[in-house]
Structures are given as C-alpha cells and as structure tokens.
Design a binder for this molecule. Structure first.
Ligand code: NCC
Length: 276
C-alpha cells in the first residue's frame, strides 16, 4: 500500500498545500481596478482564531439527520455552493461562517447568485479550476469559467461582505497528494469543493468536524439534502476524484467509525495542533 500514516499525511497537507487567497501581489491582480475589488483584510484577520469548526457537505444523507443543533454548536460553519439553511435548520443548522462556491455557480447561475439572499451571509470564497500547476497569469487569461465580471458585480452590490478568490494552485497541490496516496491513477481533474473546504478549515481552526462527507447509515443516492434529484455520482464522484478525497479523509479521521455510521461525522485536527 502506497499510503502514508495518518500523521505523515496530515504533515504533507500542512506543509505542501498553500491555502491562500488571491492578493494584490498576484500578477494580473495588481492593477488599480482590482485593488478596489479584492478585500482589504486577509481571511484569517476576517475570521480570527477559531476553535471547533464544522464543514457541512451537501449530501442527501443529511436529510432527517437532526444534526442542526450539533452543527450550530461549532464556532464556525462552512457550507458549499447553493446549500440552503432556511427550511432545513433541523438537519443542517443555521450558522454560516464561510460559503465556498465554485466558479460555475458564480458564472452560469449568475442571475441567481447576484439576487439570492442565501449568499449574503458569511464570508464568500470562490474557486475555479486552473490548468495543472499553471501560473496565476496563465489561469487569469483562460479561467475554466470566466467568473471575474460576476465577482466584481457582486462586490459592487455587497462591498462590506468579505469575498475572496481562492488561489487556484491549492487544488493541484491537493490533487498531487491524492494521487500519491492512491494505488490507482486518478482522473486529472481538480478535487470537488469538499476537499479544499475541509483543508481550508484545518488552517483556520483547532479542530474540524466534517458532516456527511463520509456517508452515514443514511447514505442515499439522493444528490442533495435540499433537492429531489437522484444521482449516485454526487456521492461517489465522476468529474471530481471524490472517492479518493473521501478515502484520504477517512484515513486521517481521529473520531470513531461509530460517529461516521450514526452522524456521518469525521473529526480532523487543525494544522496548529499537528506536530511534524
Ligand atoms: O453538489 P455540490 O458539489 O455543490 O456539493 C458540495 C460538496 O458536498 C459534497 N457532497 C455533495 C453531495 C453528495 N451526495 N455527497 C457529497 O459528498 C462534495 O464534497 C461536494 O464538493 C462542487 O464540488 O462544487 C459541486 O458543485 C456542483 C454544482 O456545480 C453546484 O452545486 C452549483 O450548482 C456540481 N454539480 C454539477 O455541476 C451538476 C458537483 O459535481 C460538484
């Protein structure tokens, strides 16, 4: 087995994955126009020191989980894309500290993204798939989805809400570690939003509880807890190497298998608590 020990893996993630947001010093973002749009504060300044954090996947298995109170008891909660809280508090809680969205949502669903009040809570972070280990300049010229205009429009409408662009290098640094720790060749596509969401919280928090990323006994082929749409690929992955992400997270779990089975809950240490 090519796998590292859980401790070695945590160290690899801590030391090789740079969790950074696009800044003024990043080549094409150094213009005076971009200066007006990029948030002035860094992400860690915006969130402060966080103790216990929750990452809430969008999986259908959250339905009827009654995990809402437990999720809300965390200091900070990260959610993905258009995952709603209104009407689903009992299962997913209502606190949203960070929302990680993909560039497809910001670009293709632009009208909804700009209108829907769901996005106005918490800190927003958008990511876009760059070519494998591309420089920022190359990615900027040819993003997967050209979300930059929609990002600017959102910033103009909500100048007080922190909204960051994830440095796209992170995704391939993660992918390399996924590939190195898998016996099979994995598809050359960036990880799902799940993996960077988890690793981002590991940089900000002392502890990270992840809900229904590893499915519980409620596992279902219903894609999302908020939609009646069945697709097995939502849980197992198709474009994204989701199964490999899940295997990696399982390997690092510091909680019990019982917690996975009953709560779909995995517990990971924050990088501050990792000693290499
Ligand atoms: O579905 P999505 O993912 O928004 O889910 C967010 C994260 O939750 C985890 N998940 C979700 C469903 C499920 N049954 N099991 C899970 O473990 C995954 O970690 C997932 O990353 C994405 O990753 O950004 C993704 O986004 C959607 C879609 O673009 C957005 O929801 C916006 O509408 C993608 N779906 C499609 O493009 C049709 C999905 O492939 C990946």
């Amino acid at each position: 087995n090519a796998k590292l020990s859980p401790e070695q893996l945590l160290c690899q993630l801590r030391d090789r994955v740079n969790v950074t947001m696009i800044q003024r010093s990043d080549g094409p973002f150094g213009t005076s126009e971009w200066q007006q749009y990029l948030p002035g504060k860094s992400l860690s300044e915006a969130v402060g020191h966080l103790g216990c954090c929750a990452v809430v996947s969008s999986a259908g298995s959250l339905k009827s989980s009654h995990l809402g109170q437990e999720i809300d008891s965390h200091d900070a909660v990260l959610r993905f894309n258009g995952a709603p809280v209104r009407g689903f508090q009992d299962d997913v809680g209502q606190k949203t500290t960070i929302r990680l969205v993909n560039s497809q949502l910001v670009t293709v669903e632009e009208q909804q993204f700009l209108r829907e009040p769901l996005y106005n809570t918490g800190i927003l972070i958008v990511w876009d798939p760059a070519p494998y280990h591309a420089e920022i300049r190359e990615w900027y010229r040819k993003p997967d989805y050209n979300f930059f205009e929609s990002y600017k429009a959102y910033r103009r409408a909500h100048p007080e809400q922190p909204f960051y662009i994830l440095n796209p290098k992170m995704q391939w640094q993660l992918w390399d570690i996924l590939q190195e720790n898998s016996l099979e060749h994995i598809q050359p596509n960036p990880p799902s939003s799940g993996m960077p969401g988890i690793v981002l919280m590991m940089t900000l928090c002392d502890q990270v509880d992840v809900y229904e990323f590893l499915p519980s006994k409620r596992q279902t082929d219903i894609c999302h807890y908020y939609q009646k749409f069945h697709d097995h690929a939502c849980t197992m992955g198709a474009y994204h190497p989701l199964l490999f992400e899940k295997n990696l997270v399982k390997h690092m779990n510091q909680g019990t298998d019982e917690d996975i089975y009953t709560h779909g809950k995995v517990t990971l240490p924050g990088f501050r608590k990792v000693h290499c």
